[in-house]
Write a protein that binds this ligand. Structure first.
Ligand code: AMP
Length: 202
């Protein structure tokens, strides 16, 4: 069973890595950004509501996102696992997801935090050239990430689910690290325990 959440700033490679792992682990890659972009393109009601927020690099309001994720995780293809990419994005979404998973009797195994320095993120996003990848919008998305999404690192650290991975390495190396994590037993003790570090002699 593979159930992972991909955390990390925009441009860190969450989508790319989630896509690769999704094929290797044969579980769906659920990207809320992709779902929203498809809705914008199809001009659905959700798409029309979300468009302005996305173009400005702001988060789409929670009242739209919570229903969306509930519906997606209720679909049959998620029975054997899932990789969540882009959700949760703030504490309210994370708390909602906690409650939802309890309700549907599922547990998240790991939360992958892909770490990449800011300047590298900006460079990668500029190269990608998506509609919301103009430099001022990119900067805003990074700010929104720091303010609203980064607190989730502590949130999941506190639940012993967080696994931080250096995302500033070549694509294959990152994939290999992620595959080792996927193979781990979530019940097993993490390799680096915070209290071992603090007990280390100066
Ligand atoms: P992404 O492809 O994950 O970078 O998402 C692109 C854009 O979609 C974001 O900048 C947000 O405007 C919106 N979005 C994606 N996921 C969420 C979410 N979980 N909550 C709110 N907005 C989201």
């Amino acid at each position: 069973m593979t159930r992972l959440i991909f955390l990390g700033p925009p441009g860190a490679g969450k989508g790319t890595q989630a896509q690769i792992l999704s094929q290797r682990c044969e579980v769906p890659h659920i990207s809320t950004g992709d779902i929203l972009r498809a809705a914008v393109k199809a001009k659905t009601e959700l798409g029309q509501k979300a468009d302005g927020y996305m173009s400005a690099g702001e988060l789409v309001p929670n009242d739209l996102m919570l229903g969306l994720i509930r519906e997606r995780l209720g679909q049959a293809d998620t029975a054997n696992g899932w990789l969540l990419d882009g959700f949760p994005r703030n504490v309210e979404q994370a708390e909602f997801l906690d409650r939802l998973l309890t309700e549907i009797e599922q547990t998240c195994e790991f939360v992958i935090n892909l770490e990449v320095p800011d300047e590298e993120l900006v460079a990668r996003m500029l190269e990608r050239g998506r509609k919301d990848d103009e430099e001022s919008v990119i900067r805003n998305r990074l700010e929104v990430y720091r303010e609203q999404t980064e607190p989730l690192i502590d949130f999941y650290q506190g639940r012993q689910l967080l696994r931080s991975v250096d995302g500033n390495q070549d694509l294959d190396t990152v994939t290999q690290v992620l595959q080792t994590i996927v193979k781990q037993d979530p019940e097993a003790t993490p390799e680096v325990e915070p209290d071992i570090k603090s007990e280390a002699k100066p």
